[in-house]
Design a protein around this ligand. Sequence first.
Ligand code: 5RP
Length: 226
Amino acid sequence: MSSLLQDAIQKLAKDAVGRFVRPNQVVGLGSGSTAAYIVREMAGLKAKNTLLCVPTSLQIKVEAEKSGLRFADEGRIPDIDIVFDGADQIDGRFNMIKGGGGALLREKILISSAKTVVIVADEAKFVKSFSRSVPIEVHPMARTSAAKKLEEVGGRPAMRTLDKGYPFVTENGNIILDTVFSSIPDPEKAELELKGIAGVMEVGLFTRKSDVYYYRAKSDGTFEMV
Ligand code: 5RP
């Protein structure tokens, strides 16, 4: 990533935290490198000790610990005021593909509960229509049956692996089928249909529209809300 783009993300993190975080909030923390900028920015907040955070992965939890943030019990998820998160792709109608870091299930739980959602992403993530695979979290027992069903609906699933071919296992003990579709004309419908396959724990299509704000970091070092 260029240093100008890093500058832009740094600036937008400052703006987003200043604009959206208020004392005594319950704050959901999405995962990934861009969300980590937000968490680092939160370290400097005067009201830091009044906030309670709910992390979506060990990666962001470790960042939050470094920033001196406090954590809420997962029972507080219905009280989440705001979630900050990144995205892998955002299409022209603001549907998103998420789960590149494997935290999609917990991110979906938080995003679907939060009063407000703030998405932070660099300009390369904003596309007219999706052009990357959809991460689909699947129970290990359903790895072949769910893959077969995904093929039947036109997908080309591939199990995500680590170096040397070991399966990538999510923090929930599941696997991820990164699934290519030639096109996704109706992401909302696709999200529901794919979620209906037995063994699918969560789908990396995020189609929530209300109270979602998008920040775009630009490679000239500036940012905008879109
Ligand atoms: C993790 C995610 C991330 O938000 C997404 O992968 C973007 O990450 P990054 O900001 O590192 O590009 O969905 O499951």
